[in-house]
Design a protein around this ligand. Structure first.
Ligand code: PLP
Length: 386
């Protein structure tokens, strides 16, 4: 049985060309990028080279990129690096953010911050007129994602960041799902801080970056050695950085092609699901203007009752098809998605929702096969429609 992998929002396969760029640093070129000798210099030159590539892709200066050990670390560094430099006590974010944002906000709340969640429309989008009245002189930080990792819905980040800029409020953007997928220019977006993660765009796991606009009231969160000009302690992950740089370079070069292919796959899947299930499926989020790579689908039985998403996921897995629903807890049980619930759905409806996420190697045949399997699985578990 061959695998059909439709879970690229969780992680992506490492591109062979990326591995090639990383290999020297797993082998003979193992020097510590901070060492003063020629071995160290070789690693430092490589990190400089790939930092330049990343800075060029996102439109910033090399001095504004800080390498981190994940997207999560990048977000934590953004949060606490700002909060320790601002006296204000209000954080503005949204309930549909990733836990990597919600948990730091919750930690801050436990130490006296007020956390305000901006209201969303029915697609999970935030509009400038909803954010504007919340911005006051006590706002320390606004953190809103570029695209949602469960629905693909994209916020108008440029407009939201501009509102904050006018009031001198730092704006952080979690761009983990959009880096390498859509054009990402920090000048155009007008954000002060932005987080990316290599494993979401065919790069290695455990490698992220934080963009910090020069002049932002931010300081190091990870303390120790003086790497990254004192802004992130820890020996640089040279193979990871080479991998992230090469992966982002390839994603930028191949972006138009990849986007077109993903758009076609998403459309095809929506069409096939519509044909197969009609009113028994509902697509969540902004399926028109949202990210091409993500499709969120809620499944109902012929009586309109939500189907058991975990049952669907496990049965698809038996057929070799990987997708996702909600987030796995440490106990191994599946919690209903906080994102789908934040968009006004009951826990049962959230539990009946699956996320299919496409990547550069998916094919139309794989989409057809997935819908065929879903049809089989659902007909086994429900009564045929009258
Ligand atoms: N933010 C979003 C929107 C994500 O989808 C993820 C990963 O799932 C993260 C942050 C965390 O990134 P990482 O896995 O690199 O820690």
């Amino acid at each position: 049985m061959s695998t059909i992998y439709l879970d690229h929002a969780a992680t992506t396969p490492l591109d062979a060309r990326v591995l090639q760029a990383m290999m020297p640093f797993f082998g003979d070129d193992y020097g510590n990028a901070s060492s003063p000798h020629h071995m160290g210099r070789k690693s430092a030159v490589a990190t400089d080279q790939w930092r330049r590539v990343i800075a060029d892709v996102i439109g910033c200066d090399v001095s504004e990129i800080i390498f981190t050990g994940s997207g999560t670390e990048s977000i934590n560094a953004a949060f606490f690096g700002i909060l320790q430099n601002r006296p204000q006590k209000r954080i503005i974010t949204a309930l549909t953010e990733h836990k990597a944002v919600l948990e730091p906000a919750e930690r801050a709340a436990a130490t006296g911050y007020e956390v305000v969640h901006v209201a969303l429309d029915e697609t999970g989008k935030i509009h400038p007129e909803t954010l504007a009245p919340l911005l006051d002189e006590d706002t320390a930080l606004v953190s809103l994602m570029h695209a949602n990792n469960e629905t693909g819905t994209m916020h108008p980040v440029g407009e939201l960041a501009e509102l904050c800029r006018k009031k001198d409020i730092p704006f952080h953007c979690d761009a983990v799902q959009t880096a390498g997928k859509v054009p990402l220019d920090v000048q155009e977006l007008g954000v002060d801080l932005l987080s990316i993660s290599a494993h979401k765009f065919n790069g290695p796991k455990g490698t992220g970056a934080l963009y910090v606009r020069s002049g932002t009231p931010w300081s190091a969160w990870m303390l120790g050695g003086s790497q990254e000009r004192g802004r992130r302690a820890g020996t640089l992950n040279v193979p990871g950085i080479a991998g992230m740089g090469r992966a982002l370079q390839l994603a930028a070069e191949e972006m138009d092609d990849r986007r077109q292919r993903n758009r076609r796959l998403k459309k095809q899947m929506m069409g096939r699901l519509d044909d197969a299930f009609g009113r028994q499926v509902r697509f969540n989020g902004d399926t028109e203007a949202g990210l091409e790579t993500i499709l969120s689908v809620t499944f109902f039985d012929p009586e309109g009752m939500p189907l058991d998403g975990e049952m669907l996921l496990l049965n698809l897995d038996i057929e070799g098809i990987c997708c996702s629903n909600g987030s796995a807890c440490t106990s191994g049980t599946i919690k209903p998605s906080h994102v789908i619930m934040a968009m006004g759905n009951s826990p049962d409806t959230a539990r009946s929702t699956l996320r299919f996420s496409f990547g550069k190697d998916n094919t139309t045949a794989q989409v057809d096969e997935t819908v065929d399997q879903l049809r089989e699985i659902i007909s086994r578990h429900t009564h045929p429609a009258k």
